[in-house]
Design a protein around this ligand. Structure first.
Ligand SMILES: Cc1cc2nc3c(=O)[nH]c(=O)nc-3n(C[C@H](O)[C@H](O)[C@H](O)COP(=O)(O)O)c2cc1C
Length: 188
């Protein structure tokens, strides 16, 4: 009997051109891919390009009027767990992430999520604190937190050649986060 590997989606929350979140998420996806425990997908909110939420019915009903919501629902339904890679904007998380979360409901519910925040001196910690009650409202299960302080110090190169090169401490934090998700997702 073959058992299906759990699908771990790495969600890139920042949507702006030149975002730091993209090389960070790409590095995490690579590291997660080395983890035998996951089938890894990258879900990039810039590519998905959701408009501002405009569903007539509450998402918990799952009766979506708009094609882009149905497509986003199908994408998120595939996931067994997530890593949210998100910046701190004005002491909170970014609006594109809230918009994406608000679009759906049952698709998020019950699923474990690891939080990778980044920013300046506070490493996105205020963004993570602001995000947590939203995750609880959606019945998600935050299982680990890996903050990245002064994130730009870990990004080398320019343009499409940019690479995330974490130090040992940040690397350990993200590795521990992936281990925690793997443990959650391998529970019978
Ligand atoms: C609108 C905006 C607000 C920001 N507010 C904060 C903040 O409150 N705290 C912080 O540490 N960094 C803040 N920053 C800096 C971001 O953390 C930094 O620019 C980071 O690269 C943003 O992530 P991104 O490049 O993936 O979009 C802000 C950046 C922007 C664009």
């Amino acid at each position: 009997m073959t058992t299906r590997r759990p699908v771990l989606q790495i969600l890139v929350a920042s949507t702006r051109p030149g975002r730091v979140g993209e090389p960070v998420a790409r590095w995490i996806a690579g590291r997660a891919g080395e983890h035998a425990g996951f089938e890894v997908e990258v879900v990039d909110l810039a590519e998905i390009d959701l408009p501002m939420f405009a569903e007539p019915k509450h998402p918990r009903l799952g009766e979506y009027a708009l094609e882009h919501t149905r497509e986003f629902s199908a994408t998120i339904s595939r996931a067994d767990g997530f890593v949210f890679v998100f910046p701190e904007y004005n002491h909170s998380y970014n609006a594109a992430l809230k918009n994406a979360l608000d679009h759906l409901n049952r698709e998020w519910a019950g699923k474990p999520v690891g939080l990778v925040s980044y920013g300046g001196v506070a490493a996105g910690a205020r963004a993570a604190v602001a995000l947590e009650p939203v995750l609880i409202a959606l019945k998600m299960r935050p299982v680990a937190f890996a903050p990245i302080p002064f994130v730009t110090q870990f990004v080398e190169g320019t343009g499409d050649g940019r690479r995330f090169v974490p130090d040992a401490e940040v690397d350990r934090g993200i590795t521990a986060l992936l281990d925690a998700l793997s443990a959650e997702l391998s529970r019978p």
